[in-house]
Design a protein around this ligand. Structure first.
Ligand code: IVH
Length: 721
């Protein structure tokens, strides 16, 4: 951990390194400069990854990182293995070596309710020779559901990392663990007289990051991970540390397993309690159960309870709260706080007698697979959907579950009629863990993957490098509908009031045949429809009229060309004056655009070679949809390289250096979006004189960065120079 004073001075130093004139910086020797950069980078990594509370923008952090990289490239003799740039090594962890843990990594006994916990408390008291009515203090922590790891630090350096393995011997995974920015490469244990130490913890992937990884994998037709734990344990074992680094793994350390001094004497006795040892880890910059779990956290992640009644209350509170926690948990761990009492309790060969896991209520259930339906997506991807006998699972009734692709069904040998195990973990979408072949009675049927589109009957194809079968008929009704729904969605043309159910309704009425028809809706007819009326018809019309004026990057994205996302649409839009210019592009021309690969190039090329699509766009233009790149759009283009890119900003109070309009213009030029009010989505509030309620609200939220006018000018200066 960094003291307030240290933090202040490291922050000042960061600013100096970022913003002082070059000449001042050459006053330092390269060795000094390199050391300064490492100190500030370690600090910012800790703020960002461990505290979840960065004080620099990503852009500024990158600038500091690049400075260090440049200096190290110029002075390779200054590179040390603990430098923040050296996290991703080039050594492969192929065929991981096996290593023995310094002390065995045991498991935990389980409890499921208040009674179990009271029984545990009673047995602890017995083992410690304490009176039945006495109070024992317990530490209660999240039981993280990821991959268990053991880290060894010798002479303040991370020297070894391993998986739990069988508890005695695990796989060596040092190169991969080094890529985790939550794991300090050096930590000053020597200050406490510790020469060698083994720490236990868990490597995890945040739930929202997990969802993103899976979505990307699904889009690429790769196998998706069943849950964050699988993605995490797989990430730990990646052969190439660069790939491990991309999984977004974080490590929480929750146990000091072994500690000796320079003479090899046990120094665990220097600690009196478990929470003291965790506070030591926290002070050495590790991420521990003491870390804030996320901005919306109401409960602390860990609590030292005075007695078992408090433990029970805390565990029950967490049972309710678990879904809001950004990481997957499968329960809480209750540990006797006093290390002296822990010793009195001792161990079985399987688990410590001083700790117990409190398992949250199951989110798994078995049910029967009634049937499999095949759905057609907007680009023709066929997704098998399991139709289950409805089953309650962690608060919702589950009856439809995606099974991703053919390989998913084959590899799990799932048959119609099977009893299947379904799991719903947190916010994660429910999925089928496995089938239960032992419960078969012989009437189960294999899932027959269709050869033809279930909606339009065209023959399905499976591109060689993909896992997904597709319907290639762009006129397929299912695709047409899915494309319309995507076309009006928020990230595409953003037409409010024209969502899935309305589109389906209009489609059934025969009003819509292609996306062009969305621009010739008969609003008078809408006004007469049940559930609509004149007001909603007028709103719909206004939303459609607004969408017609959208910049062409939105239009390109809205066309559902496979792999053409927001970013590539923007790059493409910047290259043309009119969308139909793309008719004349050949394949090579697409590939001259940075970030456009051969697959995307071919998809866009094919799209614009198809006369149906050209006709569609021409019709849309006739109906008033903008196909032309306007100067305004070019100007309004977000500056993705700007120092405020990705941030939303709001000005309040009286500005003294510039008008509000000017400030907003300059913020937008630096890449920021201008917010309309203070909310949890706001990144930065710039405060002028006599600021009032907005400032108060931002302070209360605690998630908004608050700058004065000068700070704002300083931050944007790099992009305006
Ligand atoms: S302490 C000697 N604390 O759960 C006691 N374990 O099911 C060691 N786990 O093997 C365990 N969160 O891998 C402890 N806060 C936590 C934990 C935790 C997750 C894992 C650990 C253990 C497994 C038992």
């Amino acid at each position: 951990m960094f003291s307030k004073d240290e933090q202040r001075s490291l922050f000042e130093l960061s600013k100096q390194l970022l913003y002082s004139p070059q000449a001042d910086l050459f006053a330092e020797s390269p060795a000094e400069r390199v050391e300064d950069l490492r100190r500030v980078l370690r600090y910012h990594e800790w703020r960002y990854y461990v505290q979840n509370d960065p004080v620099l923008s990503d852009f500024e952090y990158d600038q500091l990182y690049k400075q260090l990289e440049t200096l190290e490239a110029a002075h390779p003799q200054l590179i040390v293995p603990d430098s923040p740039t050296q996290r991703v090594g080039k050594d492969l962890t192929e065929n991981a070596a096996q290593v023995s843990h310094l002390t065995p990594m045991l498991s935990l006994d389980n409890s499921y309710n208040a009674e179990d916990l009271s029984d545990f408390d009673e047995s602890v008291k017995k083992l410690c020779g304490l009176d039945k009515d006495s109070d024992i203090a317990y530490c209660v922590e999240p039981k993280y559901d990821g991959g268990t790891i053991a880290l060894v630090y010798e002479n303040d350096r991370l020297t070894r990392a391993a998986t739990r393995g069988n508890g005695y011997v695990g796989d060596e995974i040092t190169a991969n663990i080094r890529t985790l920015r939550t794991v300090p490469l050096q930590a000053a244990f020597s200050q406490k007289g510790i020469a060698k130490v083994e720490l236990r913890g868990e490597a995890l992937i945040r739930k929202d990051i997990f969802e993103k990884i899976n979505k990307a994998r699904q889009e690429l037709g790769e196998q998706v991970f069943a849950n964050p734990r699988n993605a995490a344990t797989g990430g730990l074992r990646m052969k190439d540390p660069r790939e491990a680094a991309e999984r977004g793994l974080e490590a929480f350390l929750y146990q000091l397993g072994y500690a000796v001094d320079a003479d090899g004497n046990d120094v665990m006795s220097r600690f009196q309690t478990h929470d003291e040892s965790i506070h030591l880890l926290e002070s050495l910059s590790f991420k521990t159960p003491l870390a804030k779990g996320g901005t919306q956290q109401h409960l602390p992640a860990t609590k030292t309870c005075r007695n078992i009644a408090e433990v029970i209350q805390f565990c029950n509170d967490w049972q309710e709260y678990r879904d809001e926690y950004p990481y997957e948990l499968d329960g809480m761990v209750v540990k006797v706080n006093s290390l002296e009492l822990q010793e009195k309790c001792g161990y079985t060969s399987h688990h410590p007698r001083w700790a117990i896991a409190f398992k949250f209520k199951a989110r798994q259930a078995t049910t029967r697979l009634r049937d499999v339906e095949f759905q057609v997506g907007k680009t023709g991807a066929i997704t098998p959907v399991a139709k289950l006998e409805p089953v309650p699972l962690a608060g919702v009734t589950v009856s439809n579950v995606s099974m991703h692709n053919e390989e998913f069904i084959r590899s799990k040998d799932i048959r119609i009629g099977d009893q299947v195990l379904v799991e719903r973990a947190g916010d994660v979408i429910p999925y089928i863990v496995k089938s239960l072949p032992e419960l078969r009675n012989g009437t189960e049927q294999e899932v027959v993957y269709p050869k033809h589109c279930p909606v339009c009957q065209s023959e399905l194809v499976k591109p060689e490098d993909e896992a997904i079968w597709r319907c290639e008929n762009a006129e397929c009704e299912a695709q047409v509908l899915a494309r319309m729904v995507f076309h009006t969605s928020k990230h595409a043309m953003d037409v409010e009031g024209l969502g899935e159910s309305t589109i389906e309704k209009f489609y059934k009425l025969g009003w819509l045949h292609s996306i062009a028809d969305l621009y010739r809706i008969d609003y008078e007819a809408v006004a007469k429809l049940e559930g609509f009326g004149p007001k909603s018809a007028a709103n719909m019309r206004a939303a459609v009229e607004k969408a017609k004026k959208n910049p062409i990057q939105r239009l390109l994205h809205s066309l559902s060309v496979h792999h053409l996302g927001q970013k590539a649409s923007k790059l493409l839009a910047a290259e043309v004056e009119h969308v139909l210019d793309l008719r004349n592009w050949d394949l090579e021309k697409y590939q001259t655009i940075k970030d456009v690969g051969p697959v995307l190039a071919r998809n866009v090329f094919n799209f614009f070679q198809n006369p149906h699509n050209i006709e569609l766009l021409e019709t849309m233009e006739r109906l008033g949809v903008n196909l032309r790149q306007t100067d305004e759009d070019k100007k309004a283009d977000v500056n993705t390289d700007g120092p405020l890119y990705g941030k939303s900003i709001l000005f309040t109070g009286t500005l003294t250096q510039m008008t509000r309009e000017e400030a907003e213009k300059r913020a937008a030029a630096a890449g920021a979006s201008i917010a309309s009010g203070v909310s949890k989505h706001l990144s930065i509030l710039v405060v002028g004189e006599k600021a009032g309620s907005k400032l108060k609200k931002a302070q209360d939220l605690g998630t908004v960065e608050i700058w004065n006018e000068m700070e704002f000018l300083e931050r944007i200066s790099s992009s305006e120079a």
